[in-house]
Design a protein around this ligand. Structure first.
Ligand code: DO4
Ligand code: MG
Length: 279
């Protein structure tokens, strides 16, 4: 079952048919102790065969967005390289194998964009990349209730200059995309689940790569249990689980680039990079 938030209300998709879900609010629906049952109960009648894609919104209102870092070997190596002049490399190596993961606050709902809209690169950054990440929807009790796709937009030159600049490299208006839906699944996603990134510039592919959850070093439940230490999330929380794909060091995003992130079983999240005039 896939849950969609749209400008015409909430829909649940099952086997290619979309059914309206009666809900007072997105926040109330997500935090419900019976989210899966409520969604299943909405699968009645004939439904509709498609949603107008332009009506699909980011699946977030009041939820906080957090992110895990250096959870894939590729991310560890890329960070060591980008921060070597600043002497930060050792920290990334240590956090990759430490018991405590790196977790950071990523975004509030108003900094998140939905499918088909523009993510932003910082105007004071020279080296920007998307980070395609499996994203967990975690309920107030700390249970993973669903999965979506996240783009943890990052300014590599800023975080590479000094690891203490990480919040500025990671958190700004339009720095995160989520969507297009929430896969409601009580079961964990299998290790063979693929994560794919494709970037197009002027309709030509300029970067593409794939990884899989088999490369994710940490168990999603382990990340959640650290996140919930001395932290409460009454409206649920989204947790990005880190990137296993980092473009080569000579690549930086440009205005107009189209970023397509697909995760098997969830779908595709497509965004373009805002032009500086609309940024
Ligand atoms: O430590 C810097 C950020 C790491 C990150 O965002 C990732 O690995 O996905
Ligand atoms: Mg990341």
């Amino acid at each position: 079952m896939k849950l969609y938030r749209t400008s015409h209300g909430t829909f649940i998709e099952e086997n290619g048919t979309f059914y309206p879900v009666a809900a007072n609010s997105w926040d109330e629906l997500l935090a419900s102790t019976h989210l899966h049952d409520l969604a299943r109960a909405a699968i009645v009648g004939t439904g509709i065969s498609s949603l107008n894609e332009s009506t699909i919104l980011a699946p977030i209102v009041s939820q906080e967005v957090w992110a895990a870092g250096v959870t894939y070997y590729r991310s560890r190596s890329a960070r060591i390289e980008e921060s070597k002049d600043a002497g930060g490399g050792n920290f990334y190596d240590r956090v990759y194998s430490a018991e405590r993961p790196e977790l950071f606050f990523k975004a509030t709902g108003r900094r998140v964009v939905g499918p088909g809209t523009a993510v932003r690169i910082r105007s004071d950054a020279q080296w920007s990349v998307p980070e395609p990440e499996l994203t967990l929807l975690v309920d107030p009790r700390g249970s993973i209730v669903g999965y979506t796709i996240g783009n943890d937009m990052s300014s590599r030159d800023i975080e590479g200059e000094n690891p203490l600049y990480l919040p500025q490299a990671k958190m700004y208006d339009g720095s995160c995309a989520l969507g297009p839906c929430i896969l409601l699944s009580p079961e964990p996603l299998g290790p063979s689940t693929g994560i794919h990134l494709e970037i197009q510039r002027k309709s030509e592919p300029v970067f593409s790569a794939s990884t899989s959850l088999a490369e994710l070093k940490r168990d999603p439940n382990e990340l959640v249990s650290f996140l919930f230490r001395d932290n409460s999330f009454p409206q649920c929380v989204f947790l990005l689980t880190g990137t296993g794909i980092v473009p080569d060091d000579d690549f930086t995003l440009a205005a107009g680039d189209v970023i397509r992130i697909s995760i098997d079983g969830i779908g595709t999240l497509e965004n373009h990079v805002a032009s500086s005039s609309t940024a």
